[in-house]
Design a protein. Structure first.
Length: 267
């Protein structure tokens, strides 16, 4: 699945079951029963799916955070394209791949539904939403409307030494971009932007901006994320260091110009 996957051992009984009733069709210590009527209604039918849905995760699961690890792995799979737009996936099949019960997978998929990444397909499972250029442009516009005014305000109030402290994060995005791995770059990119906005001291702002940022990182229909996009990733990453240079120098015109370019050409 790429970087950030990491779920490959079965959980104990009851793991990841908060707020959900016991389900049939869950493997492991929760019972190896076949999918029942309730499972089919929720889209749990183990229909025929592409072989080797996702690569085997690399690191062992921690029982205290099964749902969180599954959610992180699925988010990574969305960025890398391992979860393909338009394809339907079922919780039991993904759970088998992860080596966990269907419950934490189902909970993670429900969270992704709320985030707009996937949609429920009755009696089948979950379909990865197909996105086009218009949606990506709309997300970039909304992000710019939120982040640009905040950063311009911070440019007038935050001292140069505070901006200089963010240099390692900006440089980390360049290293991540050079690797050609979109998932690795996506993580470092969000960390940098979150650190910049955090200087405003508004947690709600940071949370909303990060949600929009994450949505903007999902690939479009027909794209093939990966090494072929390395040039674009590196260009995007170098804008972070250029932005810091302008902020440290107190050059607000350059800050405004760089921000406009950054959001217009967001990767």
């Amino acid at each position: 699945m790429g970087a950030g996957a990491g779920v490959n051992a079965r959980t104990g009984a009851g793991a990841g079951r908060v707020g959900l009733p016991a389900q049939s069709g869950v493997r492991g210590q929760e019972g190896d029963t076949a999918p029942g009527r309730d499972d089919a209604v929720r889209g749990e039918h183990t229909h025929s799916e592409p072989a080797a849905v996702l690569p085997r995760p690399r690191t062992p699961v921690q029982r205290s955070s099964v749902r969180g690890q599954v959610l992180a792995a699925l988010r990574t799979a969305l960025v890398t394209g391992d979860l393909r737009p338009g394809v339907v996936y079922s919780a039991p099949v993904l759970a088998e791949r992860f080596g966990v019960s269907a419950t934490p997978v189902r909970e993670a998929m429900q969270q992704l539904t709320l985030e707009g990444a996937i949609e429920v397909v009755p009696n089948r499972g979950f379909r990865v939403v197909e996105r086009g250029d218009r949606e990506l442009a709309e997300l970039a516009e909304v992000r710019a409307l939120i982040e640009v005014p905040v950063v311009l305000r911070l440019a007038r109030t935050v001292p140069a030494e505070r901006w200089a402290e963010l240099r390692p994060l900006a440089e980390a995005t360049i290293r991540a971009a050079s690797s050609g791995c979109r998932a690795t770059y996506a993580d470092s990119d969000r960390v940098f932007h979150r650190a910049v906005l955090a200087l405003a001291g508004n947690e709600q702002l940071v949370r909303i901006a990060e949600d929009l940022h994450r949505r903007a990182q999902w690939p479009l229909v027909g794209t093939t994320p990966g090494p072929l996009g390395r040039v674009g990733l590196v260009t995007d990453a170098h804008q972070h260091t250029a932005l810091l240079d302008a902020l440290i120098a107190g050059d607000q015109d350059a800050v405004r110009s760089l921000l406009g370019e950054h959001f217009t050409g967001a990767v």
